[in-house]
Write a protein that binds this ligand. Structure first.
Ligand code: HPA
Length: 274
């Protein structure tokens, strides 16, 4: 399906107007919540929730463990947005649809985006329950969200990706949680989990964790000049590295178990980053 960029920019403007009419304003940060992590939205004070059903431009998540709303609220004095779910390439969406919600929030004027995900640990020290701050990524999906007709409203034609994940923000997060490890997130298309040989290849290429999201949002937001932070919750050892094959139930269950540490870190980090 070919999408026209003029029409896409118009859809983003319509979606932004709908959010504004519902009371959503530019926030200090927007957190995108990955598989099993949607409860962070419930920790915000004075929450205002807008269902994606009220923003017909937004594709609706169809995967268990993903919500479908924008929650605006505060942490102390800091205004924050949460997107409680995302859509994935493997569901058949066009790459532009994957980033429509974050681009809309970016056009509202929100400047910092925290992208969270569930991922399989490839590097030896990454075990279920660990949090990994994303230092950089490898895109093994064969797709780049910026392909297709260009529009200056969405950033330059050839944006650099030399520092996708803000080094300054990473330093702040390390000071808040000295045990936080850092690594390279590798995105594959899914939906099948990797073969053991693919996991070996990802490790040889420099990937520390593997997952099925995040890169399109990170690239689209950096192209728009936004600050990006990435956090992977390791839900399982990647295929071939443990006796148990990766499975979605384990991913959701581990997400729920480790959600508290992620929530504590986000609650401390967001006002510090703002
Ligand atoms: N592979 C790909 N995506 C994932 C995994 C994995 O092992 N765990 C959670 N998301």
């Amino acid at each position: 399906m070919e999408l026209q960029v003029e029409a896409e920019v118009e859809r983003l403007a319509h979606a932004r107007t709908r959010l504004q009419k519902a009371g959503v304003e530019a926030a200090a940060a927007c957190v995108v919540l990955g598989s099993g992590l949607k409860t962070f939205g419930e920790t915000l004070t004075n929450p205002l929730s807008v269902s994606f059903d009220d923003v017909p431009e937004f594709p609706r998540p169809r995967v268990a463990g993903h919500g479908g709303e924008l929650i605006q609220g505060t942490i102390g004095d800091t205004l924050v947005h949460c997107l409680t779910g995302r859509v994935h390439l493997y569901e058949g969406w066009h790459p532009w649809e994957l980033v429509r919600a974050v681009r809309t929030v970016a056009l509202l004027g929100t400047g910092t985006f925290v992208l969270t995900n569930a991922a399989g640990g490839v590097r030896e020290d990454l075990a279920p329950g660990d949090l990994m701050l994303i230092r950089d990524h490898l895109n093994l999906t064969g797709k780049n969200v910026l392909c297709g007709e260009h529009h200056d409203a969405l950033g330059p034609r050839f944006p650099p990706m030399s520092e996708v994940y803000c080094a300054h923000a990473r330093a702040r997060l390390h000071s808040l949680d000295p045990k936080l490890v850092e690594g390279v997130y590798c995105q594959v298309s899914g939906p099948s989990y990797e073969t053991p040989s693919e996991v070996k290849m990802i490790g040889l290429l420099g990937g520390d964790a593997v997952g099925m999201s995040t890169v399109p949002e990170a690239v689209a937001l950096r192209a728009m000049g936004k600050r990006v932070v990435g956090l992977s919750l390791i839900t399982n050892r990647a295929a071939g590295l443990s006796a148990v094959a990766p499975n979605h139930e384990e991913v959701i269950a581990e997400g729920k178990k480790a959600a508290q540490r992620m929530e504590r870190l986000l609650t401390a980090a967001i006002p510090a980053l703002a």
